[in-house]
Design a protein around this ligand. Sequence first.
Ligand code: PEP
Length: 254
Amino acid sequence: MSRKVLIAGNWKMNGLLEDGAALAKEVATEVKKLGKPECEFLVCPPFTLLTTVKKVLRGSKVALGAQDCHVAEKGAHTGDISPVMLKDCGCSYVIVGHSERRADHKESNELICRKAEAAHQAGLKAIICIGETEAERDAGKTIEVCTKQIMGSVPQNATAANTVIAYEPVWAIGTGKTPTTADVEEVHAAVRKVLAKKLGKGNANKMRILYGGSMKPANAAALLALPDVDGGLIGGASLKAADFMAIAASVNKK
Ligand code: PEP
């Protein structure tokens, strides 16, 4: 089953206009040099940079995504951004259910599911994040936790065309720690099984499952070579174009 590898950068709450535009330009320039890249590229800047970055990326093979969205199309939701607005400013993807939002904003699986549905409705692809905490891993509950998150936060009508899953162990995000490649493959294979149960085998086999959590040039080749790893959701290392591109360069042919 061939799934096109997705190399996605999550810039989180980083970047002012000038450096955000410069980073996007560097990525676009490097991707252009690849001609026909083996993988898809995506950057997800903060809301304040979306329009600027969109202009910089015009005509490039780098897609634009946001880091969250509201469930409603519009209305009285001060401080929130709707998926329709994201589509309007050039996004094709939105991340939902990142562990930092689950923790900082107490987002539930049910809310994340509604956000993914709203994203689909607006014509956006949803990147739905799942992953266990360190305590959950130590208690041997990784698969159980990820299963519950998939069952609760992936919409019933999700397809490989409108949804990407990102497995991000919470304890690996921004810490420099990563699971062993055997552990990553075990979780990704289990995630695909749960997706098959929920969405059917056809969808599950086509759906991309990204790994996220301290992915960097030094460990990317080993992670991206795993059979059920279909790309990376990259935080810290996506803030340096050279590191982001070095990760992409380690994509093996699947
Ligand atoms: C992330 O925020 O999705 C992430 C994986 O961060 P980092 O690569 O910095 O661990």
